[in-house]
Design a binder for this molecule. Sequence first.
Ligand code: UDP
Ligand code: MG
Length: 330
Amino acid sequence: MENKPVLWIIIPCYNEQEVLPVTAPMFLKKLEFLVQSGRVDEQSRILFVNDGSKDSTWEIISRLSEEDPRYIGISQSRNRGHQNALVAGMMEAKDRCDITITIDCDGQDDLNAMDEMVDQYLDGCEIVYGVRSDRDTDTWFKRTTAQGYYKVLGGLGAEVVYNHADYRLVSSRVLREFANFKEVNLYLRGMFPLVGFKSTSVYYSRKERMAGESHYPLRKMIALAFDGITSLSIKPIHLITGLGMIVALISFVGVIWSLVTHLLGGTVAGWASMTCIICFLGGIQLLSLGVIGEYVGKTYMETKQRPRYIISERTWEKTREPRRKEKDEN
Ligand code: UDP
Ligand code: MG
């Protein structure tokens, strides 16, 4: 191949001062290998996206970029979450390179899978999903809930790649199309299959985090899970409509039944049955309202069309313009 593709490795970082000094050289070594083996161009870069870290992550990124021009970084104006950090990085990269690979900065995902990802790209694939071949390093709870969740998503009609997180190669051609997906409710791993193009998967086994702590507590995992469902499917609303019809039918039968018993004179003090019915209907109604509310809320967020990310700094634009105006203006 004459023109080698320029690769940008995009790495979101949130409060990662412990792990970044350990993993940054590993990323560079991998990039060097990819260049030396003739897969990618030497203009390739490692792009760190600082997601509003409160520790010295951004200082570390700035220092790295001074030490080696292959490290570059952008900083979000505040913490906006993993998915938004990824979008910020990808949008920054889309017109400056040919391929991007997104990967977490904690060294959990096997860097060696990148070789095959790039090979697959060179063979004509535009998206290459990194898929975990096992979940041995996960707790039993995370493993079971994750697998159950993928089944639910599949059942709701969403197209997701099983056991794929956000370790993925995407060509800039796909990113330019992806840029037209304007939603703020982001679930990237479910959105890329919707963009289409030729895609494939590469398998790797996931390791333990090298240092620091996970930033995905149960609360954030549940939020991401809800985002996934509401982003990809409106089936829950259909299910509610169906449920509503069934309950209405049963209630109708119940009404006739009670009227008939009344007319036949068999009115018994039916406290238990009354309570059951009220509780049942109340529960269903609240649940249904909740699910519908979830979608109404998401619609509200989308209509505001707020920016998905705001970049406050870039390592390649170090100098800040002086802001103070000269006094002798008039
Ligand atoms: N991350 C981020 N913003 C956040 C939370 C996490 O950019 O608000 C980054 C984090 O630095 C890491 C990646 O997202 O590179 C995955 O996070 P983590 O390793 O904590 O999640 P886990 O692997 O435990 O699911
Ligand atoms: Mg991790």
